[in-house]
Design a protein around this ligand. Structure first.
Ligand code: BGC
Length: 807
């Protein structure tokens, strides 16, 4: 995270949690697991699959690595595996040691002097140390003063923009537009490399099916197919075709693995699942990122089936390196090595270090363990030097591939503000990310949106209508606030242009009890033709350590909403949030609802474009919106049950014929707004779904290289009176397989723009990747089974066709 104060607050929270957990771990030393079973790493571990990143496998780089490694002392080698921020450096300077920022920063207490480490070759990489002056100062120490002149690699959490901020990743996923994601990712790399950053801790590709989990905001939501498409798009944007280009950065796909399955949606909680589910649902986006060449991977905080991910050789060695051929480096998440003690699988720092490095964690982010423990562990033979050498090689390969030895310093003119030329791109992204959830007609018979020309007086109400900071979401804190266009700014500009009137009342705060502002807000609503309500969460209510047990509008915003709705004026509810919220009341009482996530620097302009109808909304939900929090985890591609409710009316309590079926007695099973759903200002219809052949022989289908086995087509038509874009989606079900398969799974999507009355035939090619599933031996297979394919505008698509794989 880039903003110093937000960083400190976050780190302080993390620190508190860690120390409480440490006490618990010390009190319960009886119950730690024997992790040895999971450690099988040897320096000569064979890489079976083809190397995932060809550039890292280059013989020229290997020769340079060999030559350098041959000159390194043990301390210099270990230095390459050590990562710090610069808080400890500042704390090590006595005059600064007691400043509030440092007091709030746990790492200040380590008093690790990063500058001194840089000068002595003891610091391989730094995190969240950004800015040309800062990075160049540390880099000069490493390059000019250290014995071997090895440059430092600067990594940072550039998650959805560096200075020009675009929507949070969950919002980007709602665009279903990988090409645009690639452009945005590249744009952020261009900006951040001017500040010396050559490594992004992004993309986060954790599948999240539980809206209580705050980090849902950082990923692409609940679906593995969409998640994999997004993962590839980010990697292409960050790394380009050539890591050595100075405007490209190394990606770090995170958090490996299954972090998003945290039990009960509670942050950092344990995860436990079958290997089939792991491979089928949680791993595909990471695999896609690795196959796209991600140069690095971040190991997660969570335990998976009892083994913490940052000491998990099954994940890091067997799957990542052996099966997928990953040849980049693995960095631990923040203090994840130290947290192995809290997990109860290591009794002390030495054991935690040994477990992490032998399981495959190359770089220790902030634990202060590799530098303090590894020298003795190697000297005593508890960690073979070959293990250290392998890790150092991986770090050096990335540095050589990035061309850091040739261009160690920040490039060009430093970007410190939003870049004017980048604004159109982030505005387009924000527009594409909005999901229109409801747009009912008002008294005049027309839908509320787009705002009618007759709506001369608009009341803009709510705590998110004019809050520049909140427009940036959980990871946009590095931007310059005056660069952000709020909704109030944009609507004021429109009012001036059109001669309309904008009445603004904040109404309440995001999370407050005081109703002092309600009267003014109700007054404004009464005087207006239409009300635009900007309600929702703060950026920090999602993101790391942002789990919630309630998914309603925070504070007294629901009450404000009810009072405004009671005026009888047409209401457009804009929901700003980093996750699905429960909008059940709103759906019954408010004419129009649009989910707008956290849109970024161009928030206001993009919202105005869509509200006024310059652009028709095209976003589709990447996560299901529940009717009640008790439905979580909720996702469309569920598994079948032996007692489905069939056609029972689940909105009523069970009767004698609808009791003993899989259902809740107090809420329907379905999402209020399902995955893939989103309205437009026009209407699209679907017809004539057809497959290119009714049968595919198994011998053709069950081959990993089979790509175009069958083609599914459908006609999509714009039945309305506006040009608009639709995200056409293709879903599949596989019946009769040896393992239960989901009731529906996304297998393709494409954005189609159609003029009024225009229609188009869309095509999806399905091959082994789409038809196969993972069996209990961890292998993807196709069996002779029956398939149904649907094409439509959401996961509720009805138009379908069928085919079979024959024995
Ligand atoms: C987060 C990571 C992040 C890292 C570095 C951790 O707390 O889990 O997502 O990249 O900090 O800031």
């Amino acid at each position: 995270m880039l903003h110093p104060m937000r960083h400190s607050a976050r780190e302080q929270r993390t620190r508190r949690l860690v120390s409480v957990a440490a006490v618990i771990a010390i009190l319960s030393t009886g119950c730690f697991a024997q992790g040895r079973l999971h450690e099988r790493r040897a320096s000569s571990a064979p890489i079976r699959a083809r190397a995932s990143n060809a550039q890292l496998a280059s013989p020229a780089i290997e020769r340079r690595v060999d030559a350098l490694l041959g000159k390194m002392t043990l301390e210099e080698k270990i230095g390459q595996l050590v990562q710090y921020n610069d808080a400890g450096y500042a704390a090590a300077t006595p005059a600064d040691a007691n400043t509030p920022a440092l007091a709030a920063n746990p790492e200040a207490h380590l008093r690790v002097d990063a500058m001194q480490l840089a000068e002595t070759g003891g610091l391989g990489s730094m995190l969240n140390t950004v800015g040309a002056a800062r990075t160049n100062a540390f880099q000069r120490a490493a390059v000019e003063k250290s014995r071997l002149h090895i440059p430092i690699l600067f990594g940072a959490d550039v998650i959805h923009g560096y200075r020009t901020i675009y929507p949070v990743p969950l919002g980007l996923a709602a665009m279903f537009d990988p090409g645009l994601v690639t452009s945005l990712a590249h744009m952020s790399a261009e900006e951040a490399t001017t500040a010396g950053v050559r490594w992004f801790y992004s993309p986060m590709v954790d599948i999240s099916r539980d809206a209580r989990w705050g980090r849902s905001v950082e990923g692409a939501g609940e679906d593995p197919y969409l998640g994999a498409a997004m993962a590839r798009a980010y990697i292409r944007g960050y790394q380009g075709d050539d890591l050595s280009q100075p405007e490209n950065v190394a990606a770090s796909v995170k958090h490996f693995a299954a972090y998003g399955a945290a039990e009960a949606g509670r942050e950092y909680n344990t995860t436990d699942m079958s290997e089939v589910r792991l491979r089928q649902v949680y791993l595909p986006p990471y695999k896609a990122a690795v196959e796209a060449g991600s140069a690095t991977v971040m190991s997660a905080f969570n335990a998976l089936n009892g083994v913490p991910a940052s000491a998990n050789a099954f994940l890091l060695e067997k799957i990542l390196r052996d099966e997928w051929g990953f040849n980049g480096l693995v960095v631990s998440d923040y203090t994840a090595v130290k947290e192995l003690i809290n997990h109860g699988i290591a009794l002390n720092a030495a054991e935690a270090t040994r477990k992490a490095i032998t399981a495959g964690v190359d770089v220790d982010m902030m634990s202060h363990f590799y530098d303090t423990q590894l020298p003795e562990l190697v000297r005593s033979g508890q960690v073979p030097i070959g293990v250290v050498d392998d890790a150092v090689r991986r770090v050096l390969r990335v540095k050589f591939a990035l061309g850091l030895f040739e261009h160690p310093y920040a490039r060009g003119v430093e970007v410190t503000r939003a870049v004017p030329e980048h604004r159109p791109l982030v505005r387009q992204a924000a527009e594409e990310s909005f999901v229109l959830l409801q747009n009912n007609p008002t008294d005049n018979g027309s839908p509320v949106l787009p705002l009618s020309k007759q709506a001369k007086t608009i009341a803009l109400i709510g705590p998110l209508a004019d809050d520049a900071n909140e427009m940036q979401g959980a990871w946009g804190g590095g931007s310059h606030l005056p660069d952000v266009v709020t909704l109030k700014d944009a609507l004021q500009t429109r009012a001036k242009q059109t001669g309309g009137t904008l009445l603004y009342a904040k109404g309440t705060e995001i999370d407050a009890a005081s109703e002092d502002g309600f009267a003014e807000a109700v007054q404004a609503a009464r005087r207006a033709d239409v009300v635009v309500l900007a309600l929702g969460e703060s950026g920090m209510m999602s993101g790391e350590a942002g789990s919630r047990a309630h998914l309603d509008l925070p504070g007294n915003q629901q009450k404000l909403l009810e009072e405004i709705a009671a005026t009888g004026k047409p209401v457009v509810l804009l929901v700003f949030s980093g996750r699905p919220l429960v909008l059940t009341w709103a759906a019954q009482h408010v004419a129009a609802i649009m989910e707008v996530w956290f849109p970024g620097t161009e928030a206001g302009n993009a919202l105005a474009d869509v509200l006024y109808g310059d652009v028709s909304p095209s976003g589709k939900l990447p996560m299901s919106f529940p009717r009640a929090v008790g439905q979580e985890p909720l996702y469309y591609n569920q598994f079948p049950t032996g007692r489905p409710p069939f056609n029972a009316d689940l909105s009523r309590p069970p009767g004698p014929d609808s009791r003993f079926v899989s259902r809740y007695i107090d809420v329907p099973n379905s999402a209020l707004f399902p995955f893939g759903f989103g309205l437009s200002y026009t209407h699209f219809s679907y017809a004539d779904v057809a497959v290119s052949r009714p049968e595919v022989p198994l011998r053709e289908a069950d081959r990993a290289s089979a790509h175009d086995l069958i083609t599914v087509t459908a006609t999509v038509k714009n039945d309305g009176s506006r040009t608009a874009t639709e995200v056409v989606q293709c879903y599949m079900r596989n019946l009769g397989a040896s393992l239960e398969q989901p009731v529906r799974s996304l297998k393709g999507f494409t954005r189609v723009t159609l003029k009024p009355g225009e229609s188009k035939r869309v095509t999806f090619d399905l091959g082994f990747p789409e038809l196969s599933f993972y069996n209990t031996s961890g292998k993807p297979v196709v069996e002779p089974t029956h398939y149904t394919v649907w094409i439509g505008g959401s996961s509720l698509a009805t138009e379908h066709a069928e085919f079979k794989v024959t024995p």
